[in-house]
Design a protein around this ligand. Structure first.
Ligand SMILES: [Fe+2]
Length: 273
């Protein structure tokens, strides 16, 4: 099993079909791309041909939405087989999916079950998996641990990497009334290999993680805190709806670059004092 920590890739974007042409015909200032695995888990066809061209020029990471790692149903071996085939073709720097937080009672049993499933997937893929914290809207009356405790427990015991979704922490903290700082300081620092940053929809009483708006100032502020705490982590803007022209998302990515640079320069100044 490959347990080497994935490299720092800089600032990337989610690859979206609306941008294929602009990416291939120009050379936008994007360091790497994250692809939705399921969109390319088909033999042959146009999407795979385009992905082949893009991966010749940029590092790729694979992000899945269907692993259902916390489910009680058996692992879907057909899905995992197709995922592995795609990974062999694409050579992603890492493979991620979501760690669903279902803080039902009996969470200790549940978390053992998830650890076991992550281990099985990692054995099958021959590499560590990267798990992302999700956003949630309802809380569970019987939670025996916080979400960050659950994420930490699973990551340490299954020995996997973490994708820290800055926006998801912000959204869940708002919806459930916990502090973003508690989450930030509650997960193991050396396991975090990627950040997601995204926009959301703010309703009256709650926030929905819609990925259809530019990133808001509060999430950028929290991103600054995350970079300060974790150090340089490969960062990506997630935009799934209302997809603007590439230049607009690249401009958002530059905000992330500037924040990370300011944090780094600040740290160097402090070190030099
Ligand atoms: Fe995300």
């Amino acid at each position: 099993m490959n347990t080497t920590k994935p490299p720092y890739l800089g600032f990337g974007l989610g690859l979206r079909p609306q941008h294929y042409e602009e990416i291939l015909s120009g050379s936008p200032a994007i360091d790497w791309f994250e692809v939705i695995s399921e969109n390319y888990m088909i033999p042959g066809g146009q999407p795979l041909r385009i992905l082949d061209q893009i991966r010749e020029r940029y590092p790729i990471v694979m992000h899945g939405v269907s692993l259902s790692i916390a489910s009680t149903a058996p692992l879907d071996m057909d899905y995992l087989g197709a995922l592995k085939t795609l990974a062999e073709r694409v050579n992603p720097r890492w493979i991620s999916d979501h760690l669903c937080w279902t803080g039902v009672h009996g969470v200790n049993l549940h978390d053992l079950h998830v650890v076991d499933r992550v281990s099985q997937v990692q054995d099958f893929l021959g590499r560590r998996l990267t798990l992302e914290n999700v956003s949630s809207y309802v809380s569970f009356g019987q939670s025996e641990m916080t979400e960050w405790e659950f994420v930490t427990e699973v990551a340490n015991r299954a020995d996997c990497w973490l994708l820290f979704d800055v926006n998801n922490v912000y959204v869940s903290a708002f919806n459930h009334g916990f502090s973003t700082d508690e989450f930030l300081h509650g997960v193991p620092r050396d396991r975090v290999v990627q950040f997601h940053v995204a926009g959301h929809s703010h309703e009256e009483s709650h926030i929905i993680d819609t990925h259809d708006h530019p990133v808001c100032d509060e999430v950028w502020d929290f991103y600054r805190e995350a970079v300060t705490h974790f150090g340089p982590v490969s960062t990506m803007i997630e935009r799934d709806d209302n997809i603007p022209p590439l230049a607009e998302v690249v401009a958002e990515l530059d905000i992330a670059r500037n924040i990370a640079r300011e944090v780094q320069e600040g740290a160097q100044l402090t070190a030099a004092e």
